[in-house]
Design a protein around this ligand. Structure first.
Ligand code: ADP
Length: 259
């Protein structure tokens, strides 16, 4: 039991006897600490845009003579901050649904080729022509949740766009591996160093907070990807070289093949 925390309770039993109960509290304490961290991070993330909105509302009330152009600029900034809060809340709800036993995975036959093509179309729209985005699909259909897989694959593709400089090349592929099925996104972007890679799927973990905000990130995307893959019996692997680019691969087990 070295390094573990044991809780010992003595429960009175009959008149002169007691029962000694031991309980390993290490795991429950770890979960409790994660919960506390999540609430602290989420509150902080929501407070920042709210502070901006309240600030501009106070200006509007104290200075009713503000010229139309300034007023419009303030409204735009407030809208951006409100949208940032909306994205955060959407992602938090998605994560909590993915983790909840009340929403078990609903499997249906998913045409992954078509799904990847439409994820690529969205990535091209986000890129606005700033990147070259190629698609290689020759993998089969799978049994899974189309909605969840779309959100996981879409998150990986949009990250590639958001963390690659203009002119970068991005390749989305869907193929059969030796023992599994693989959706991968390869980019020629900023890359990630090994000490960060191991923490990327933690909620709100970002290598560069200001860059993530600029590109409208919530810090929850990869946590969502990880949970979607876990629910499908799969996992995420990441390989990267700082300055050269990254490859994110979503692995799904062969058991997801339709029978
Ligand atoms: P965010 O909303 O901040 O993008 P994610 O959970 O999607 O949140 O990603 C977490 C962090 O991982 C990002 O803030 C970024 O630092 C890093 N990251 C994700 N994808 C890439 C990528 N393709 N290239 C470089 N860094 C990435």
């Amino acid at each position: 039991f070295r390094g573990r925390k044991l809780e010992i309770r003595i429960i009175p039993f009959e008149t002169r006897r007691q029962i000694l109960v031991t309980h390993d509290a290490t795991e429950s304490e770890r979960i409790e600490a994660m919960r506390r961290d999540f609430i602290a991070n989420a509150s902080h993330e929501l407070r920042t845009p709210l502070t901006v909105i309240v600030g501009f509302l106070e200006i509007a009330m104290n200075d009713p003579g503000l010229d139309a152009a300034t007023r419009l600029a303030h409204l735009k900034l407030m809208t951006e901050q409100a949208q940032r809060m909306q994205r955060l809340i959407e992602d938090m709800l998605t994560l909590s649904r993915l983790e909840s036993d009340e929403y078990p995975l609903k499997r249906e036959q998913v045409n992954v080729k078509a799904l990847v093509e439409s994820v690529a179309a969205e990535a091209r729209a986000l890129s606005g022509g700033r990147h070259e985005i190629d698609v290689k699909v020759d993998g089969p259909d799978v049994m899974g949740s189309a909605e969840e897989l779309r959100s996981a694959f879409g998150n990986l593709a949009s990250n590639a766009v958001r963390y690659s400089p203009d002119g970068g090349r991005i390749v989305l592929s869907w193929e059969r591996g030796q023992n599994d099925l693989r959706f991968s996104v390869r980019d020629s972007g900023i890359g990630i160093s090994p000490e960060h890679i191991v923490r990327l799927t933690e909620r709100f973990y970002r290598v560069d907070k200001s860059r993530s905000r600029e590109t409208q990130g919530t810090g929850l995307g990869l946590a969502i990807v990880k949970h979607v893959l876990l629910r499908h019996g799969g996992r995420l692997t990441i390989s990267s070289e700082p300055g050269a680019g990254s490859t994110f691969t979503a692995l799904l087990p062969n058991t997801s093949l339709p029978t």
